[in-house]
Design a binder for this molecule. Structure first.
Ligand code: UD1
Ligand code: PEP
Length: 429
């Protein structure tokens, strides 16, 4: 199994190209199931999760081809991928495939809407909490689906088609919002979705569906209105830049000091996170071709933060912020409100000398003057990268094991950091 070795102490300077967002690419790829035409997605990152989803879609009969593999200029992959679901050959998404990745469960929406039935294994994903599917079941039932759960599979059917409905999510769910949007697009009549997720990835999906002929208004607000259409066509659509990758590298620069252009990043997608980083003393400016991040040798200020659905501080940046705060000049408090078990990085950061205590859903992080390198184990995607951030400031070598978690969501992480002066390498094993 591959490892990442990082030796701390180097400031970062240069350019880091920001990839297309994993969490936008996945629902967009799944939307290709809604039409027998070709959906072309630009700026798709080269990630393990994207490859897994390509296999899952292939099982349903989706063909794909790739063009524009590399941009010579910055060696980012930035692929354009064409997906065609001419015929759906199978409406079952099996355990062997779905258990690898949570988002693959989302095929339930388009399969149900286009084929009138879907049989999808209960999902897997990062080990960060229980991650139930009750909101998917409630919202699809509101659209008229009959749903049964048996032998680890959710079986949804709507033989006479889905019907528009007025549904209020009792709790914000990104995935259930994506699924309801896709299903409602092909339902008969009007749907009103109250309390949907407002994440930029939801807006990106709604824009794509509209380009395919859907009638969706209000994505990004607290009420979405969908007028069902009878069919959707192909389209060409661009994946938004990854706001979590953007925030992660901004924190890496904050940790080491230096001056880096996050090329292609969009500051407007992560206002609250950038606000927190500014509070911590990192200088961030919105420039023409991305976001510039700068910190001189001054100490980092501690911050008190809670995670929240968008536009709040993202849970997917919580671990990285904790890594950063291990070196603050005071005491930070970080409260996780989205996932009940997203603190697996605490004990690993402690191996590097971090001083963190947990009480319920709040971590108290007392900054320490020095971190020291150690072998650590990645436990989930964002936890893994928090260990890299801490390792960039630690004295000596930090070896991050189980790098396959990182490969799910960070494209060419070690190459991007190396290019800015980090002493980091992948050790193939
Ligand atoms: C591929 C992708 O885009 N993943 C993101 C997506 O995950 P995902 O879409 O799975 O996360 P959700 O927004 O659905 O989860 C939010 C909360 O709702 C709960 N819940 C969800 C569904 C349900 O049926 N019942 C229920 O109780 C979850 O357990 C969690 O506590 O949004 C999360 C929250 O921003 C991010 O951390 C993930 O990176
Ligand atoms: C939690 C994440 O992914 P998933 O929802 O696929 O587990 C993530 O991207 O941080």
């Amino acid at each position: 199994m591959d490892q990442i070795r990082v030796t701390g102490g180097n400031a970062l300077s240069g350019v880091i190209p920001i990839s297309g967002a994993k969490n936008a690419s996945l629902p967009l790829m799944i939307a290709s199931l809604l039409t027998d035409d070709t959906l072309t997605l630009e700026n798709v990152p080269h990630l393990a999760d994207v490859e897994s989803l390509i296999r899952i879609l292939g099982n349903h009969g989706v063909d794909y081809s790739v063009t524009g593999r590399r941009q010579a200029e910055d060696s980012n992959y930035a692929r354009t991928v064409h997906f065609t679901a001419r015929n759906i050959v199978d409406t079952t998404a099996p355990y062997e495939l779905v258990s690898k990745m949570r988002a693959s469960f989302w095929v339930i929406g388009p399969l149900l809407a286009r084929m009138g039935e879907a049989r999808v294994s209960l999902p897997g994903g990062c080990a960060i909490g229980t991650r139930p599917v009750d909101l998917f079941i409630q919202s699809l039932s509101a659209l008229g689906a009959d749903i049964e759960i048996e032998n680890g599979y959710v079986h949804a059917s709507a033989k006479d088609g889905l019907k528009g409905a007025h549904y209020r999510f009792p709790k914000v769910s990104v995935g259930a919002t994506h699924v309801m949007l896709m299903a409602a697009s092909l339902a008969k009549g009007d749907t009103i979705i109250e309390n949907p997720a407002r994440e930029p990835e939801v807006v990106n999906l709604a824009d794509c569906l509209n380009a395919m002929g859907a009638k969706i208004e209000g994505a990004g607000t607290d009420e979405i209105r969908v007028t069902g259409v009878t069919s959707l066509a192909g389209a060409r659509h661009r994946v938004i830049p990854d706001r979590i990758e953007t925030g992660t590298y901004a924190m890496a620069v904050g940790m080491t000091g230096g001056d880096v252009l996050l090329k292609g990043a969009r500051a407007d997608l992560l206002d609250s996170a950038l606000g927190v980083l500014r509070e911590a003393g990192i200088e961030i400016t919105d420039v023409d071709d991305g976001v510039r991040v700068y910190r001189n040798g001054n100490g980092l200020m501690p911050v008190d933060v809670r995670t929240d659905p968008y536009p709040g501080f993202p849970t997917d940046l919580q671990a990285q912020l904790m890594g950063l705060m291990t070196r603050s000049t005071g005491t930070a408090h970080i409260t996780e409100t989205i996932f009940e078990n997203r603190f697996m990085h605490v004990q690993e950061l402690a191996r590097l000398g971090a001083d963190i205590s947990l009480s319920g859903q709040t971590a108290t992080v007392r900054g320490v003057p020095v971190l020291k390198g150690a072998p650590v184990m990645a436990t989930d995607l964002r936890a893994s990268v928090s260990l890299v951030i801490a390792g960039l400031a630690a004295e000596g070598d930090t070896t991050v094991n189980r790098v396959y978690h990182l490969d799910r969501g960070f494209e060419r992480l070690e190459a991007k950091l190396q290019a800015c002066g980090a002493d980091i390498e992948r050790i193939s094993g």
